[in-house]
Ligand binder design. Structure first.
Ligand code: FAD
Length: 371
């Protein structure tokens, strides 16, 4: 029978596109597998990873350690490097054959290229850049109760659309981050979502799961004629980019450094080095050309949750908060005691960052000597 994305009853299981580059799994994949496990449990179905590459069985097993029941592995020299045509064809063929009801992609450059292409070809819906996912309606209502201003006790949830336990509820920032929108894809399957790196929490690795995961090697067809681009060379960025997402300590600077940009960045660098962390920034700093774009934290930058986030001269605009409010401990330094960053700070210091920064540095050094 022809593939029909509207035949909802025919679809089952949660899939995660497992992104690898040069044979190494991208960290976001483990976050998505962890989140996929939660969704699969809510739906009472299996979680499958789909991994494309050339000779990538060796990295597939690890996915079981984060919760995958099975991994569909498609090996071919033609899949060694990502191409839009090749990956789209194989993924769409697999979806048509196995019919997953939910499919997640990382909102990486590759995921953002691949997911919409697959969604269009499979005639289904895609919600981009999600920050929260639910299947279970009660879990979603709880999320709204704690994470939004919606008066949930006096709100009627349209159960047809929110269909108690089958539709994926995909939440993402909208209107420049001023609103959160929850989107459902009630009439077509799979319900597809891209999720920003760093947003979902990675589960603890479970050795037993890694040993138990089943690898499936389906037959698939792919020829050179299917791929209209040729990867001639892979050139890595000359400068090492800042690893904000994996950092435990981040010291970020904002426009508050304007009166002495080099001095302000130096304070942040010294603090970050002393803490064993990295330097981040607000968008104002990137827009001014004071730091490169890979430093930016926030809605259009990176989403981070370090152990400690230090904000120096950052006002705390909603778009900045969106990327750092889940940090375990937030320390803010701002000369304006009404700056919104203080609303979410665990420790707030009202003062000039050029005076407070060196004092912080000194006290960290002292504390380390005493330890
Ligand atoms: P400002 O808002 O100008 O704040 C500077 C702060 O420094 C002030 O609070 C001031 O009191 C303080 N200050 C000044 N001098 C000192 C001093 N000597 N010592 C201590 N404090 C001092 N922003 C992001 O950061 N990330 C994003 O991803 C992002 N995405 C966006 C997406 C959209 C669609 C839009 C519309 C905006 C986005 N923005 C983002 C921009 C955001 O709205 C703010 O404009 C930006 O975060 C402001 O940066 P800032 O706090 O550094 O600067």
């Amino acid at each position: 029978m022809a593939y029909n994305s509207a035949d909802i009853a025919a679809f089952k299981n949660v899939w995660v596109f497992c992104e690898q580059r040069q044979g190494s799994m991208m960290p976001t994949t483990f976050e998505l597998i962890s989140e996929g496990r939660k969704l699969a449990d809510e739906l009472g179905v299996e979680l499958h990873g789909i991994l494309l590459g050339d000779d990538v069985d060796g990295i597939a097993k690890e996915l079981g350690g984060y919760g995958a029941d099975k991994v569909i592995v498609c090996n071919s020299p033609l899949l060694k490097h990502y191409t839009t045509d090749g990956y789209t064809k194989v993924i769409c063929d697999m979806v048509m054959e196995y019919k997953p009801e939910v499919m997640l992609f990382g909102a990486s450059n590759i995921g953002r290229d691949l997911a919409p292409r697959c969604a269009a070809r499979l005639h289904t819906g895609l919600c981009a850049d999600c920050t929260h996912l639910d299947v279970d309606l009660n879990g979603y209502i709880e999320f709204l109760r704690t994470g939004s201003s919606v008066d949930v006790d006096n709100t009627k949830f349209e159960t047809k659309l929110f269909d108690v336990n089958s539709n994926l509820k995909m939440t993402r920032p909208a209107f420049g981050g001023h609103l959160m929108a929850t989107i459902v894809c009630p009439r077509f399957r799979p319900a597809m979502a891209t999720v920003r790196p760093g947003v979902m929490q990675r589960r603890a690795f479970d050795e037993a799961g890694a040993n138990a995961v089943e690898l499936i090697h389906p037959d698939f067809e792919l020829s050179e004629a299917d791929i209209h681009t040729e990867v001639v060379d892979i050139v890595k960025a000359g400068k090492k980019l800042v690893d904000l997402i994996g950092a435990d300590f981040i010291v970020s600077v904002g426009r508050g450094i304007a009166k002495d940009v080099d001095g302000g960045i130096k304070i942040a660098e010294e603090l970050a080095e002393e803490l064993g962390g990295v330097v981040g920034s607000s968008r104002a700093v990137v827009d001014a050309g004071w730091l490169s774009a890979d430093h930016q934290v926030g809605q259009t930058g990176k989403t981070v949750h370090p152990k400690v986030y230090v904000a120096l001269g950052i006002s705390g605009a909603i778009q900045h908060k969106a990327g750092m409010q889940d940090s375990e401990c937030i320390i803010a330094v701002n000369k304006n005691d009404a700056a919104p960053i203080f609303e979410i700070a665990d420790y707030g210091i009202v003062g000039d960052l050029f005076k407070v920064g060196p004092l912080l540095l000194e006290s960290i050094r002292e504390a380390k000597k005493e330890a």
